[in-house]
Write a protein that binds this ligand. Structure first.
Ligand SMILES: Cc1ncc(COP(=O)(O)O)c(C=O)c1O
Length: 401
């Protein structure tokens, strides 16, 4: 019997989650696996975060709450945008959801008509296309290769726009490439969008604080204030505060759009757990030293990985500007043979061999719409990263023409 409707059948489970689960299974069987498939900080959130959650429980602050989030957390989000991005929002122009991921569900559920197109510069995060498809939209993946810094430019954007285009999905710093858009690059995109008043913009800024070089972060709303009434900023505490499992994301945008998202929340999840919201409030209002330290840690690891990968002949790697991933070009190795004579026909075959025979778990580029790459998370200890680079090097050296 088939249970799924057409939309559900048209998408796959998150590939990175699936690989992480496969790695866990191998580990449970006793295999020595380094799992660099998932993107989550490998350290704990600051102590005051857990304490705020415990205090919420002790005080019995565990009832249903407003769909948009608690007033206190929304105020903290408003303050965050003012303090860090020089952006002015009111509490009614921000909302809180179960992670940035749920905000995307709310947005597309609330706004897409059947067949509406969403322009997605690609490589892109594994979930974007499928979330759009699930809500009846048509993802338009626009290839943006290494030659253009993995970023969409004004001309390419203009060419991708049709009368059905409803959203442009931006993500800077990018998962998986780490690319960061500059003020000027955003301004050029903004000039195109001004000529297309029906198009709305999502700017996924979840890696805002994971900056690996001296390339600054710019919020799309800062660079294009003229588009404020059709821009939705998406952010959250997962990556900046190592709070992936707490499931708190937030968004800022025009009040009418935020109300529509809140309506989706009220009819689905009701609200984010008040315990998690208390924790997120503590994260946003407490000392921000943790966030700066996290970025320094990731930057150090990115340098170590870059140094080690530079010694592996046949792969193509440029140190990323932001986020915590190494996006590694393996095009030159596709078509080579393993020691057993198996031809590595594509990046999923490459990643499967790397996992099965060398115990290193990665995500193939195909999952990000970018065949010929693999992605390794650098959110792991230096020892694990060094060992991971050794394993990748050993695999590459084992391949034959
Ligand atoms: C680009 C991007 N956006 C959103 C998310 C989801 O974040 P959250 O944990 O807030 O749902 C991720 C998580 O990996 C991501 O990489």
């Amino acid at each position: 019997m088939t249970f799924e409707n057409k939309r559900a059948a048209g998408i796959k489970s998150s590939p990175s989650m699936a690989i992480a689960m496969a790695s866990k299974k191998l580990m449970a069987e006793g295999r020595d696996i380094i799992d660099l498939s998932l993107g989550e900080p490998d350290f704990e959130p600051p102590a005051h975060v857990a304490e705020a959650a415990a205090e919420a429980v002790r005080r019995g602050r565990v009832r249903y709450g407003a769909a948009a989030g608690t007033e206190a957390l929304r105020r903290a989000v408003v303050d965050k945008f003012k303090r860090e991005n020089e952006l002015e929002y009111t509490v009614d122009e921000v909302m809180v959801a179960n992670g940035a991921k749920q905000i995307l569900f709310d947005v597309f559920l609330a706004t897409l008509e059947e067949g509406d197109e969403v322009v997605i510069p690609t490589p892109c995060w594994v979930s974007y296309g499928d979330i759009v498809t699930l809500h009846g939209g048509a993802p338009v993946h626009v290839p943006c290769g290494a030659g253009v810094g993995f970023k969409i430019d004004a001309q390419t954007l203009e060419a991708a726009i049709t009368p059905r285009t409803r959203w442009l999905m931006l993500n800077s710093p990018s998962n998986p490439t780490g690319a960061i858009y500059s003020h000027e690059e955003y301004r050029a995109l903004g000039e195109v969008l001004v000529r297309h008043p029906r198009i709305l913009v999502i700017s996924d800024e979840i890696y805002e604080h994971v900056l690996l070089k001296d390339v600054p972060f710019v919020s799309f709303a800062q660079a294009c204030p003229q588009l404020r009434d059709r821009t939705l900023l998406v952010n959250g505490v997962s990556k900046a505060y190592a709070m992936t499992g707490w499931r708190v994301g937030y968004a800022a945008g025009p009040g009418a759009l935020i109300s529509a998202l809140n309506k989706m929340q009220s009819q689905s999840v009701t609200s984010v757990s008040p315990i998690a919201q208390a924790a997120a409030l503590a994260a946003l209002t407490g000392s921000q030293a943790f966030v700066r330290r996290g970025a320094q840690t990731f930057a150090g690891r990115a340098r170590i990985v870059a140094g080690r990968l530079a010694q592996i002949e046949g792969i193509d790697f440029t140190q990323p500007d932001g986020a915590f991933y190494a996006f590694i070009g393996i095009q030159a190795l596709i078509g080579r043979k393993t020691a057993d004579g198996e031809i590595l026909a594509d990046d999923p075959a490459f990643a499967a061999h790397l996992l099965q025979c060398f115990g290193l778990s990665s995500v193939p580029g195909a999952a990000f719409g970018a065949p010929g790459f693999i992605r390794l998370s650098i959110a792991a200890s230096e020892a694990e990263l060094e060992s991971a680079c050794d394993r990748l090097g050993a695999m590459v050296r084992s391949l034959k023409d």
